[in-house]
Design a protein around this ligand. Structure first.
Ligand SMILES: CC(C)(COP(=O)(O)OP(=O)(O)OC[C@H]1O[C@@H](n2cnc3c(N)ncnc32)[C@H](O)[C@@H]1OP(=O)(O)O)[C@@H](O)C(=O)NCCC(=O)NCCS
Length: 223
């Protein structure tokens, strides 16, 4: 697996892959039936030109995966967003490798930043947890309006707003460089794999409760 893909910081020569990446992001979101913040090919190209994206290709040059960095609150917060793996290469550890690479890149470029993610995906939660992220409340994330306005194109945006940005379908996870050092010193780290069943259950309950708030009964009771 390790030698099958070339994983590197994207640059100008990778611009032609932008449209494929955007198309796959949209297709995958539709397949999952979940919300997604929409990205344009121009946006992806900009990330590549700024050296804020990681791309994975096969040794024959076929696109295999992608992820990019965004920074908020004047660089105090960083998100590794838009993780996507070509469906034919999924479940072989590629997302994990891409996330490790983009995490390193984020740490190098923004050593003091808190790195966070919002996701409904168990795979991503697992990878994040291995990297040292911990689940947090939304209040611990950036308050940067620009970040939250990225959620406008998500199908769950009404839920987010109704909950006054305090909760939604996504689980928030955060890597705090300062806390991480403390936890390493104390030997205290959350083991996600031991708790993944609990998370699955928590997410099911959260989803059903949040959705219930928004689905009107078919036959309302007339008083
Ligand atoms: C989510 C996605 C990036 C995972 O890519 P991948 O290359 O298949 O993931 P990996 O093989 O690196 O798997 C990472 C871990 O998650 C687990 N995993 C993978 N897919 C999973 C799934 N659907 N449900 C639960 N766990 C899953 C793997 O078993 C692995 O755990 P391990 O390290 O204990 O073996 C890929 O399915 C994808 O592109 N999906 C569509 C876009 C998307 O959902 N992006 C995330 C937005 S937040």
């Amino acid at each position: 697996m390790k030698n099958k893909f070339v994983i590197k910081v994207a640059e100008e020569k990778h611009l032609p892959y932008a449209q494929t990446i955007v198309d796959e992001m949209e297709t995958s979101a539709k397949m999952r039936g979940t919300g997604i913040a929409k990205r344009s090919p121009e946006f992806i190209e900009k990330k590549m030109m700024e050296g804020k994206a990681v791309i994975a290709l096969t040794t024959s040059g076929e696109w295999a995966g992608f992820c990019y960095i965004e920074s908020w609150s004047h660089g105090q917060f960083v998100a590794n967003s838009g993780l996507i793996v070509n469906p034919q290469f999924r479940k072989s550890g590629l997302a994990k490798e891409i996330k490790e690479r983009i995490f390193q890149l984020s740490r190098n470029r923004y050593p003091k930043a808190k790195i966070f993610g919002l996701t409904t995906g168990l795979a991503v939660m697992k990878i994040n947890s291995d990297l040292g992220y911990e689940p947090v409340t939304y209040q611990e994330l950036t308050t940067d309006e620009e970040f939250w306005s990225g959620c406008k194109s998500c199908i769950n945006y009404d839920i987010l707003m109704a909950k006054e940005r305090k909760n939604c379908m996504c689980t928030a996870m955060l890597y705090d460089p300062e806390e991480s050092v403390m936890k390493k010193l104390k030997g205290r780290r959350l083991d996600f794999s031991k708790n993944s069943k609990l998370y699955e259950r928590y997410m099911r309950i959260k989803k059903s409760r949040l959705i219930r708030l928004f689905v009107k009964p078919q036959n309302p009771v007339i008083k």
